[in-house]
Design a protein around this ligand. Structure first.
Ligand SMILES: [Zn+2]
Ligand SMILES: [Zn+2]
Length: 228
């Protein structure tokens, strides 16, 4: 059905208006790949995204890989101010392209890992209506032949106002952003997936939650990385 519609009304690139694809190959080719990769713990350059030996401690991800530099059209695609079917299609195309690139990188070994999207925040969901991390994680799991499970991590709904909490409670409130069920996690390996990695704080927090529930190993994958 999609193909037929595309034949009758060929899509126009959202970025350059060329007829043919919603995010055209010319525009995709302009997007900068992240090279080298970064250590998710200290946010400094690291070979193949492996956590530096000096940064390694308990409860930390072992590797973090991002495909694109968060800039230009990548940033625009992730940050569209309004989200409709066209923007969704552009994001889908970008996810497919990014995972195809990652598939060619020989330093990514994900055998036995389960893809888990980072749950969307309430603020983002209200604004966008869908979780981009889910779309990326689904695309990635398909390309790499991995399991995909959406119900592993839950975001703690922060409906309690910070105002009513004691100082200690406020800290805990900030600290425990995610929860998971031990019986779903124990003894397993996970790949956390997100759209943008900024400081890595979200990945670290989510990884800690999984390790505390008995995960064997946690790696991270983001479609793009904000380099500060
Ligand atoms: Zn274009
Ligand atoms: Zn480091």
């Amino acid at each position: 059905m999609d193909n037929l519609l595309n034949l009758i009304f060929p899509p126009k690139c959202l970025f350059c208006n060329r007829i043919g694809d919603i995010f055209c190959d010319y525009c995709l080719a302009e997007c900068l790949l992240l090279n080298p990769q970064y250590c998710v713990v200290c946010d400094r350059k690291a070979t193949d995204g492996y956590t530096h030996t000096d940064c390694k401690r308990e409860l930390l991800p072992s590797q973090c890989v991002s495909v694109y530099l968060y800039s230009g059209k990548i940033r625009d695609c992730i940050k569209f101010s309004k989200y409709g079917p066209k923007q969704f299609s552009a994001m889908k195309k970008l996810s497919t392209e990014a995972t195809a690139i990652a598939y060619e990188w020989d330093f990514i070994n994900l055998e036995g890992y389960t893809c888990v999207p980072i749950p969307i925040s309430i603020r983002k969901e209200a604004y966008r209506g869908f979780n981009q991390a889910e779309l990326i994680a689904k695309t990635l799991s398909w390309k790499f032949g991995l399991r995909y499970e959406i119900s592993i991590l839950n975001r703690v709904k922060d409906t309690r106002s910070q105002f009513s909490l004691s100082r200690k409670e406020r800290f805990q409130n900030l600290n425990a952003s995610f929860t998971c069920l031990e019986e779903k996690v124990r003894g397993r390996k996970f790949l956390l997936v997100d759209d943008v990695c900024t400081t890595g704080a979200t990945f670290l927090e989510a990884a800690k939650t999984l390790y505390l529930a008995g995960a064997l190993d946690v790696k991270c994958f983001s479609l793009s990385k904000k380099v500060l």
